[in-house]
Write a protein that binds this ligand. Structure first.
Ligand code: 3HC
Length: 693
């Protein structure tokens, strides 16, 4: 084996050369990798002993794409197109040998090879759309020529990873290999091509898969229509579709130029900057600075859950799905039965959608042990409490668990706002207590706030983060404070939304502004969905808030067919004249004169106080970094990823502008708007939240 440079090497097997990229962690196409491939191909072309070339990768994966860390930095040659041209125009057949994932620029390199063979466990995809981009190295032009327009549209605009067997079926791959024999099979494949004198197949020359779509604008229109909701607000999916249209309608080189133009537009735009930031933020969030590899983790095989209500049941499903046995405890048989019925109904629904087999449903249910006896949790390694949100109830329960559960086990509370330290103090082992704040529906929502108490031991934190990953959550470590990070910031938005409604905006005006900003729904539509009567009791209702008044009128949200909105039988929302009257009357009783409120004011008043609260959270050390706050808002509250997150958004507006605007509102409305010292300080120094401290 001869090294070409630090990250590529050549080995020769008879008349076949194997050009290997070895650039951990994911063989991204850095300048060194590009240079190594280019030189490798040139050497093989010049060597008369070599008749065929296999392009392979060492480590856990084939090339996973362009090197995202190079984006926005000065260009270092050779460019990817030059490398690709060398491969495509090679006079000797080049075969890509794919294992792990061939993604983005990685797949685009494979697409200029003359043939592709992949390990059965491999996956192929063009996920650029998740970075606010499109495949910029010919992917949108070559992929449809191999797999047809419909499949290419899905792969490019959804950014899905396609398993190798399916990719072979589509025509993307020419052969499959066993994982263990990929290299040998790829060499044999290349040798066969040489022996059989098969043509050097260039994907760019193929036409049969795209010609049926030529002139068929309806195909594209239908795809746009079917995905309007999914793509709403995002620029990259539409740009990808336009590239595939170009692939169908234009000569190859013109299509390629179109792709390059649109790629560069996206790369320069704010959405891609935000989405690339989110990519790194979502990886950074797992990193807890004071918990290194020396901190042991606690083996968790048996999970106990107290409470089989909506939260408890949803939480249980996460662990059942991950193959872990769960014991679930309730206080009455009726509640236990109801909880089990809901879990089963959820699984049955997934099965009906074809995403789960009947056997798998049974296997998951079989891992669940229902009981009325708390003593059954004695052997659990982790117990999660999901009972009524009341401090006394929780303290009493933790006191009992302390007596029952074996030493060394983790005791977690799913509280969404209460003081975890106070709950921990009800036990003799506060170091074992942690908050695991799941979001509803807990089997669906990605976010998990891991709440580190004052006394929580490091192994407990580490284990909780690891478990979160195991059950497929995105975990953010937060500190103890009312509402933790997400709900604490949400409370700011809720307060302003209510105030705006009394001052002059109507719920649907406020919802529209936030929906147009990119949230899946506004605060009032969200309240209607969740139920206005969460935590409301008629006997204690004083009619002093809009919500109370509506609950008293039995307008409790979607479930009663009326809340802030009126709902028809299909649960379509309509602005409610009744609510409008209620609001006007209520404002009059409070002596308010309603005024016109602009969309800009609605947005600023809902979002800027959240940013301000985020700054307070950072200042108090309740979140590790600004980007963790953004991860929380992306994954738990539907903050549009193409705007990064509230803290990133503030950076893009400019912190000085945020501070100036907050000060204006402070003058007009009061001290809730006073800029947090950290925010004011960063703004004064011309800094951003994203800047290193
Ligand atoms: N460039 C630079 N670094 C990358 C990278 C890339 N394309 N992909 C992953 N990394 C880094 C990660 O940041 C992480 O770094 P860290 O350890 O310092 O945090 C490390 O590689 C490992 O990544 P993961 O933690 O994500 O590892 P997994 O094993 O869970 O996942 C993966 C591996 C599936 C390859 C996943 O990393 C991934 O999806 N990567 C992005 C793939 C992608 O988007 N490719 C397209 C890039 S854009 C492009 O190619 C443009 C072209 O069309 C011109």
């Amino acid at each position: 084996m001869t090294a070409i440079n630090a990250v590529t090497s050549l080995a020769v097997d008879g008349n076949i050369a194997v050009l290997t990229v070895d650039s951990p962690p994911v063989n991204a196409l850095s300048a060194a990798v590009r240079a190594g491939i280019l030189q490798g191909i040139e050497r093989c072309t010049a060597d008369p002993a070599v008749q065929g070339i296999v392009l392979a990768c060492a480590g856990k994966t084939f090339i996973a794409g362009a090197d995202i860390t190079e984006f926005g930095k000065p260009f270092v040659p050779p460019g990817l197109p030059e490398v690709q041209a060398a491969i495509e125009n090679s006079t000797k057949p080049v075969v890509a040998a794919i294992h792990g994932t061939a993604l983005g620029g990685g797949l685009e390199v494979a697409l200029v090879c003359h043939y592709r063979i992949a390990a059965r466990s491999a996956r192929c995809g063009l996920p650029e759309v998740h970075l606010g981009l499109l495949p910029g190295a010919g992917g949108t032009q070559r992929l449809p020529r191999l797999v047809g327009v419909e499949k290419a549209l899905e792969m490019v605009a959804y950014g899905t990873h396609v398993p190798a067997p399916e990719a072979a079926e589509m025509g993307l791959l020419d052969a499959l290999a066993d994982d263990a024999t990929l290299r040998a099979d790829a060499i044999a494949f290349a040798r066969r091509i040489v022996e059989e004198k098969r043509p050097l197949r260039k994907v760019r020359d193929l036409d049969d898969k795209i010609s049926p779509a030529r002139g068929n604008g309806e195909l594209f229109a239908a795809f746009r229509k079917a995905n309007a909701r999914r793509f709403r607000g995002f620029e990259a999916p539409e740009a990808s579709i336009r590239c595939i249209e170009a692939a169908v309608e234009l000569p190859f080189d013109e299509g390629l130029r179109r792709e390059r133009e649109l790629f560069q537009e996206l790369m320069a735009g704010s959405q891609s900057a935000a989405q690339r930031y989110v990519f790194f933020a979502s990886r950074q969030v797992w990193n807890v600075p004071d918990i290194g590899a020396d901190v042991p983790s606690i083996p968790v095989t048996r999970v106990g859950i107290v409470g089989a209500g909506t939260m408890g049941g949803g939480i249980a499903m996460n662990f059942l799905n991950a193959g872990m046995p769960v014991t679930i405890v309730e206080t009455t048989q009726q509640a236990l039965d109801r909880g089990l019925r809901t879990i089963r109904a959820n699984y049955d629904n997934t099965m009906k959608k074809g995403r789960l087999s009947a056997a798998e449903v049974e296997a998951r249910m079989a891992r669940l042990t229902p009981t009325l006896d708390l003593q059954q949790l004695a052997d659990a390694d982790l117990v999660i409490e999901a009972v009524f949100e009341n401090m006394e109830v929780k303290k009493e329960l933790f006191g009992r668990l302390d007596q029952i559960v074996k030493p060394g086990a983790i005791l977690a509370t799913n509280t969404s706002a209460l003081d975890v330290d106070e709950i921990a103090a009800a036990t003799s082992r506060p170091e074992a207590v942690i908050g695991l704040h799941f979001f509803s529906p807990a089997n669906v929502m990605k976010l998990l706030e891991v709440v580190r108490g004052e006394k929580t031991a490091k192994p407990v934190v580490r284990t909780s983060m690891e478990l979160a990953r195991k059950i497929g959550k995105v975990a953010a470590l937060v500190g103890v404070c009312p509402g933790f990070v997400g709900n604490r910031m949400l409370a700011q938005r809720q307060r302003e939304a209510q105030r705006l409604a009394l001052e002059g905006a109507l719920p649907w005006d406020i919802d529209r502004v936030l929906y147009d900003f990119g949230f899946p729904m506004g605060p009032f539509a969200m309240s209607d969905l969740a139920g206005l009567d969460l935590g409301w009791v008629r006997e204690r209702s004083t009619g002093s808030t809009l919500r109370e008044i509506l609950c008293e009128m039995d307008r409790r949200g979607q479930k009663t067919g009326a809340g802030y909105y009126d709902y028809d039988a299909q649960r379509n929302a309509r602005p409610s004249p009744v609510v409008e009257r209620v609001i006007r009357d209520f404002a009059t009783r409070q002596g308010r004169t309603r005024r016109a409120v602009s969309d800009q004011e609605i947005l600023e008043r809902c979002v800027f106080p959240m940013i301000n609260e985020g700054a307070k959270i950072l200042q108090e050390g309740k979140a590790l970094r600004a980007s963790d706050i953004d991860v929380i808002w992306n994954n738990g509250y539907g903050w549009p990823v193409y705007r990064g997150g509230p803290m990133f958004y503030a950076d893009t507006i400019g912190l000085d502008k945020v501070v100036r605007t907050l000060r204006q509102y402070e003058e007009m409305l009061g001290e809730e708007f006073r800029p947090a010292p950290l925010l004011a300080d960063l703004a004064a120094r011309g800094k951003r939240f994203a800047d290193p401290k």
